[in-house]
Design a binder for this molecule. Structure first.
Ligand code: ADP
Length: 464
């Protein structure tokens, strides 16, 4: 087993990784920026090294500083968490060259999956269903028009290097295409430094269903069921659950097998997520593969009883998967709500500040993943997510009730969060019935905010 690793991340995920490492007897080296000197991950790690100023480009994305820290402290491996360098193929390659194990798949696999247009082609070869779309990168607006005509409107323009919902535009008619392409391309260049675009058919009212997979170095690949991440704001996930209300056992099996195939066809290693959109008729289409641990991994841990970080570390050490496909049974129901320091009444604008008072909920079937403590000052330089609340209960309804209770207990003062809005979602009749699409929040935001403002809770239909 590994003896010492460097955690190249911050916030809740760094804390999450450090906790499992310490349970396994693995020492941890935290890295931090000058803005993060008082952060929890720095306190919890075996040792900590400052790698640069607040700006991520000079610290958490500073490959040389991170590699130097790992080598100087005698680490054997680097866990990249999510975000930052986790899907950077260059960094994965540099780790290998420095004799450090990058905890994740090979640089080649990261490169291939990070290029969404290339990943699509690979899935087509592997026989995994993909959304009808363009062949490779669009050359210009004329070609985009031609391809959109063939596929049929509406279409979705997507950045090949995209992530976090950026560089995407919906197009409903040919006359909108050229300007949408220019706007999406400009956004993609600004966010990812690459303006390569492709287009897909826009699936109307879809669900976002993703499958967690785990692959070891010996060719074993297992999926750990799905997560339903349909509740999103601006194409970013807000609430995730497992199992999904809309999957039949047969559909679960088919999609799970497709996810395993996706991992097998690229020689995958470690934890990964295969994302699909599911239309109203039960057709599912691959949209992308994330080659890292995801924010929402705890819901899978709750229903499968497996520690995914532990499994990542075992795989990195060369051990075989500790379970086979038949060992994986989804027990009960889990829901995660992301608590972001943002103002839902102002278009979800980030709103960092000082954590004046904090009470984190607890109790039966409750897990809180957070690096927050009272007095902690949020840095405007990083992501606005401050906590993940996760509940587990025997049924979906009981999990919903538990999450409502958890959100009622949570107290964070000093800045606004989306907690109350999430609370309202858990009372919405469509959410309770499980009848909604990725457009849920867009369609109901006004109503939910009105409920919030007036303090009025709708009569729920949950007992029916
Ligand atoms: P990102 O990497 O930026 O998160 P994704 O490809 O994962 O981009 O897509 C983000 C979200 O956009 C998905 O969860 C889904 O809600 C929506 N989406 C993506 N592709 C399609 C599509 N072809 N049709 C409809 N919705 C889509």
């Amino acid at each position: 087993m590994l003896k010492r690793i460097l955690v190249a991340n911050r916030g809740e995920i760094a804390v999450r990784i450090i906790r499992t490492c310490h349970e396994m007897g693995i020492e941890t080296v935290a890295v931090y920026s000058t803005a993060d000197a008082q952060s929890l991950h720095v306190q919890l790690a075996t040792m900590a090294i400052c790698i640069g100023p607040a700006k991520a480009a000079q610290s958490y994305l500073n490959q040389t500083a991170i590699l130097t820290a790992a080598l100087e402290t005698g680490c054997e491996a680097i866990h990249p968490g999510y975000g930052f360098l986790s899907e950077n193929d260059e960094f994965a390659e540099l780790c290998t060259r420095c004799g450090l194990k990058f905890i994740g798949p090979s640089a080649d696999v990261i490169r291939q999956m990070g290029n969404k247009a290339a990943a699509r082609s690979l899935m087509i070869q592997a026989g995994v269903p993909v959304v009808p779309g363009s062949q490779g990168i669009l050359e210009n607006a004329e070609q985009a028009l031609e391809q959109a005509q063939q596929i049929g409107y509406p279409v979705l323009l997507k950045a090949s290097a995209g992530g976090g919902g950026r560089g995407m535009r919906r197009v409903f008619a040919p006359e909108e295409l050229a300007s949408a392409l220019a706007a999406a391309q400009a956004e993609a260049v600004a966010c990812f430094g690459c303006g390569d675009m492709y287009l897909e058919k826009l699936i109307l009212s879809p669900r976002h269903i993703e499958f967690q997979i785990m692959a070891d170095q010996h060719g074993n690949v297992v999926h750990l069921g799905e997560r339903d991440c349909t509740i999103q704001r601006k194409n970013q996930k807000l609430l995730e659950e497992s199992p999904s209300r809309v999957l039949t056992p047969a559909l679960r099996q088919a999609m799970g097998q497709a996810a395993v195939k996706a991992a097998q066809c690229c020689g995958y290693e470690g934890a990964g997520t295969v994302e699909f959109v599911l239309d109203a008729h039960g057709n599912y289409y691959f949209i992308e593969m994330n080659t890292r641990i995801q924010v929402e991994h705890p819901v899978t841990e709750m229903v499968t009883g497996r520690d995914l970080i532990r499994e990542q570390l075992r795989i990195a050490a060369g051990l075989p998967l500790s379970f086979s496909q038949s060992d994986i049974q989804l027990q009960g129901h889990a829901i995660e709500v992301r608590i972001n320091a943002e103002d839902p009444t102002k278009g979800f604008a980030p709103a960092p500040g000082r954590t004046e008072f904090l009470h984190l909920p607890g109790g039966c079937g409750v897990r809180v993943d957070s690096a927050l403590y009272a007095g902690y000052e949020l840095s405007p330089y990083y992501d606005s997510m401050v906590a993940k609340l996760i509940v587990h209960a025997p049924t979906r309804l009981l999990a919903i009730r538990r999450m409502r209770r958890v959100l009622e207990e949570l107290i964070i003062t000093g800045y606004p969060t989306g907690a109350d809005l999430a609370h309202m979602i858990l009372y919405h009749p469509d959410f309770l019935k499980g009848e909604y699409s990725t457009a849920f929040l867009e369609e109901h935001l006004e109503q939910l905010l009105e409920w919030l403002e007036t303090g009025w809770l709708p009569k729920t239909q949950e007992e029916s």
